[in-house]
Design a binder for this molecule. Structure first.
Ligand SMILES: *[C@@H]1O[C@H](CO)[C@@H](O)[C@H](O)[C@H]1NC(C)=O
Ligand SMILES: *[C@@H]1O[C@H](CO)[C@@H](O)[C@H](O)[C@H]1NC(C)=O
Length: 902
């Protein structure tokens, strides 16, 4: 097994031109420096008399030589424990909690046993985890049902909680407590510092994941002697790879995995947050006495995490697993799932900054048809507006947007326009004027409207924290307000960190004011989330909740998955960025945000053909698949390249369309179970330790393993097939590969290395069309990959692809099972998995391909709707162990059985 600290693959040599001096280090953020480096911090003890148990947990007071804190330890449903620490008594100011990140109020649960003694109090969860609150010093230990310590909170005594206080007349500001300056920007800090932090140890773990968004490895690195990971949503120009600098979004959530248990910790705080990660062993300090007596404690690997936030409370959720699927469900239970998106949104998207005018759009649209390349949506960046005023059209270049939209819609295609939160300061722009008059903008500390520079020049920023502002913004999308739009137009929310070209670190001043007298510092990391919540509301309202919205956002927070898809922002046309897109997407995926992708081709710089092809192939297996380019880049429509390149791009996009039934089914299943769509190998093979730091390859659902080519000019790549006594099949040549093990595969330019896992059935559609809408009633082919146990199963979800009618029964969700029934008989059966689904479309199975057939079929019969058995034609390729059943013709929404007699 490889070590926890992963050597960076010399990404540094290829990095772009980020200006690091624009962004703070921990040393330059006064609160971070204090939390990280303070040597003698007063210890907190639980005040023994204060401990009170109730039906769902424990309440107590924590005391140090500096202040008193209130502590709640509450058991939630589904093996989650919430730890809430706030100032005790009556604080000078309330503290912000970004409760909007939660998908409703979490339900509390009853412990099975509550005990206390003079040193500690404890309770046991229904699933057998024991939680012990230790009094002196304050520490909370989590044991699993095998009585092993798995998580310990504050075992390093790093709890630090700066209470609000009156500014002393002689306040000295040496430590930046009362005021801070960064470059030319002053932060007035009228209430002083109110930061919070605590440590969490994951005992028995070497690998920790999460904390998107960073352009870094998927397994978190140790930050000892390095900068901590930073979570402070920023518009980072030409971001650098291989470090923990902030990017556009923040999910303050980590997952630890080892062969026996997976656990998570969610730090619900929207202020600037820094996270230190260190690997150690449990042989030092208090943990040594707690780990399994039969193991030497020095053999117990531990990952220590230190969360530090600038303001707010400590609101920490410990998710106790025990398996990856449990942790995914638990986190989705807290922050929500991605609702089923419209089908076009998971097909291929064509974007650039900018398609210049309606004629340009028409030509690009026609170009895809002329060259037989499927495409579902064309995107318009900021130049389509009248002077960067969102909800308007350039009167000359986009004079007839309805006609443009109808033209696209006639091919089943959509249009997506950009809509950012900065509002051009212009009294003739109704959105500006109304928002100003109604007081809807974020304010300066002195109460005047906050102003900064962004694309339109001088701009103000809507205060989406205010529900009235969200309603106002939502109403701008209504068809009567947003002129020139139809139901086939969807939305892209960009620059919503928010990006303020003239602000500190290219964002808003921390002492700016929001609704409810909160400072921007309190809510910064949810600003973009609030923007997209409001857009989502608008798109739902404009169609009377008939059509499902689609929104792409750059900035995000935990919970953003409830309203939007996310892309990894302004990447570069470099091989290193293609490679980095995989760990970035994986991190987002396990962070609860499933609809993710990176700009195909790279945003900045011109792209060479080889890289472009490989990027399309990676995009074809990314949940969100969009080509995009900077305004200074050469045009990139696929037909502008050599025939070989065009052919390879066409093939990659067609492959995506072929797999759409599988993708769509996975999106549906995510919306039910919260399971990621893109999965790191350990999500399906948590016991396979060689897969723990694998980030060249990933799984799509449980059935497909993809290892994109991310190196120039390679004829072959190596990859790892995980599992124990499993078998995988090379998708394009049906070769059988045993697992676990490394394999080499040939990768000519048009080849994407993909493998189907034995034991799965994958539905695809074999005919290429112009858009996914035109494939709606196309027949299905089932790929059956037989496992070592002569078994395979899989699912298919279908609906109309765009409305909410599926919530009223207009869907089908069917399962298919292949198994050995007796010595000479194998069967494939279909079964309705959700009888609420009433959809009965004209969609039939046109072909079934069986991989890994190790017998000789004599005849194959279909039993269907009580008719007599029908003899089916088939081909048997003995060398490839392949059987292809032609034209079974059974409908996907009916019960049928196929008997294979040997
Ligand atoms: C128990 O205490 C917790 C924390 O203060 C509180 O949230 C919860 O509502 C209480 N439960 C009951 C059943 O009163
Ligand atoms: C597929 O088979 C596995 C293994 O028996 C089972 O756990 C799973 O529930 C099955 N899935 C469906 C959709 O029937």
């Amino acid at each position: 097994m490889r070590a926890f600290i992963i050597p960076l693959i010399f990404l540094a040599g290829l990095v772009g031109a980020v200006d690091r001096s624009n962004f703070k280090t921990c040393e330059q953020a006064a609160f971070c420096k204090r939390h990280r480096t303070e040597e003698k911090r007063p210890e907190y003890n639980v005040v023994v008399d204060s401990v009170k148990a109730n039906e769902t947990g424990l309440n107590a007071v924590l005391e140090s030589s500096i202040n008193k804190l209130s502590l709640q330890v509450v058991l939630l449903e589904d093996s989650i424990v919430r730890i809430l620490v706030d100032e005790a008594g009556t604080p000078l100011r309330p503290r912000f909690q970004p409760l909007i990140a939660l998908d409703g109020e979490p339900k509390q649960a009853r412990p099975t046993a509550l005990e206390s003694n003079p040193e500690s109090a404890s309770f046991v969860t229904p699933s057998g985890n024991k939680i012990i609150l230790n009094y002196k010093p304050f520490r909370i230990d989590f044991f699993n049902s095998k009585k092993e310590l798995i998580v310990s909170v504050n075992s390093k005594n790093l709890l630090k909680f700066e209470h609000f206080r009156e500014k002393p007349a002689d306040a000295n500001n040496d430590d930046g407590f009362w005021e801070e300056t960064f470059k030319s920007h002053k932060d007035s800090k009228p209430y002083g510092s109110s930061s919070v932090g605590v440590d969490i140890s994951f005992v028995g773990y070497k690998f920790l994941y999460g904390l998107p968004e960073h352009a870094d490895t998927v397994a978190l690195r140790s930050t000892t002697n390095q900068e901590p990971y930073r979570l402070y949503n920023l518009d980072v120009f030409e971001y650098e790879l291989g470090n923990g600098m902030s990017l556009y979004g923040a999910v303050p959530y980590v997952i630890a995995n080892n062969p026996s248990q997976t656990v998570g910790a969610f730090w619900l705080n929207a202020a600037e947050t820094w996270v230190d990660v260190a690997s150690s062993t449990a042989d030092k300090g208090v943990l040594a006495s707690l780990v399994d007596k039969f193991k030497a404690s020095k053999d117990v690997p531990t990952v220590d995490v230190h969360f530090i936030s600038e303001s707010g409370v400590i609101d920490l959720f410990i998710l106790l697993g025990p398996k990856p699927a449990d942790v995914f469900r638990q986190y989705a239970g807290l922050t929500g799932k991605y609702p089923l998106p419209p089908q076009f949104s998971i097909a291929y998207h064509q974007c650039r900054w900018n398609y210049n005018d309606e004629q340009d759009v028409a030509q690009v649209n026609a170009g895809f048809d002329e060259h037989d390349v499927p495409m579902d949506a064309i995107w318009l960046d900021i130049e389509h507006t009248d002077g960067k005023k969102y909800f308007t059209w350039d009167p000359v270049k986009f004079a007839n947007p309805i006609k443009m939209l109808e033209n696209l819609a006639s091919k089943g295609r959509k249009l997506i326009t950009i809509s950012d939160p900065h509002i051009k300061k212009d009294d003739n722009y109704p959105v500006y004027k109304e928002a100003k008059d109604q007081g809807l903008f974020v304010k300066n500390a002195d109460g005047s409207d906050y102003e900064g520079h962004c694309w339109p020049g001088a701009s103000s920023y809507l205060d989406y924290l205010n529900p009235a502002v969200r309603n106002y913004w939502a109403s701008q999308y209504h068809f009567d307000k947003y002129q020139g739009t139809t139901k086939d137009l969807f939305i892209w929310n960009d620059m919503n960190e928010p990006s303020v070209f003239s602000g500190p670190e290219v964002t808003m001043h921390k002492d700016a004011r929001h609704h409810g007298d909160w400072e921007h510092r309190d809510i910064h990391n949810i600003y973009g989330f609030l923007h997209t919540i409001s857009t989502h509301q608008g798109l739902v309202e404009r169609s009377d909740k008939k059509i499902r919205p689609f929104i792409l956002t750059r900035s995000f927070f935990s919970g953003s998955q409830r309203v939007a898809a996310v892309w990894t922002g302004d990447n570069m046309a470099e091989w290193s960025h293609l490679k980095a897109s995989i760990p970035m997407m994986l991190s987002l995926s396990i962070g609860g945000i499933p609809h993710v992708g990176a700009d195909v081709g790279g945003f900045f710089k011109n792209v060479d053909e080889n890289l472009l092809v490989r990027w399309y192939q990676t995009g074809a297996f990314s949940p969100f698949f969009r080509a995009h380019a900077h305004i200074d880049c050469k045009r990139r429509e696929p037909w502008l390249y050599s025939t070989e390149t065009l052919n390879a791009i066409r093939e990659a996009i067609r492959t995506r369309y072929a797999f759409l039934p599988y993708w769509y089914t996975l999106f549906y299943e995510h919306s039910v179970t919260g399971k990621p769509i893109l999965r790191p190998l350990w999500a399906e093979f948590p016991e396979d330790e060689s897969s723990y730091d694998e980030e060249r390859e990933f799984l799509v659902g449980n059935g497909l393993l993809v290892r994109p080519v991310t190196e120039p000019d390679v004829q072959q790549v190596s990859l790892y097939l995980p599992g124990k006594k499993e078998v995988w099949y090379e998708w394009f040549n049906d070769k059988t590969r045993p697992a676990p093990g490394a394999v080499y595969v040939d990768t000519p330019l048009n080849r994407i290395p993909i493998f189907q896992r034995g034991g799965t059935i994958i539905p695809i559609r074999g005919r290429a069309r112009r858009s996914s809408a035109q494939m709606r009633n196309d027949p299905i082919t089932l790929y059956v990959a037989i496992s070592m146990k002569d078994f395979a199963n899989g699912t298919l979800y279908l609906d109309d692809g765009e409305t909410y009618d599926y919530q009223n029964g207009q869907f089908l969700y069917w399962g298919f099972t292949y198994k050995k029934t007796s010595e000479f008989l194998y069967t494939i059966t279909s079964k309705n998995l959700d009888p609420k689904g009433e959809l009965d479309p004209d969609v039939y199975i046109e072909k079934i391909v069986l991989r890994g057939v190790r017998y000789y079929p004599r005849n194959i019969h279909l039993y269907y709707d009580d008719y007599n058995p029908e003899n089916l034609e088939f081909e048997h390729d003995r060398d490839q162990h392949l059987v292809t059943i032609r034209k079974p013709g059974a409908y996907v929404s009916r019960e049928w059985r196929i008997d294979i007699h040997t």
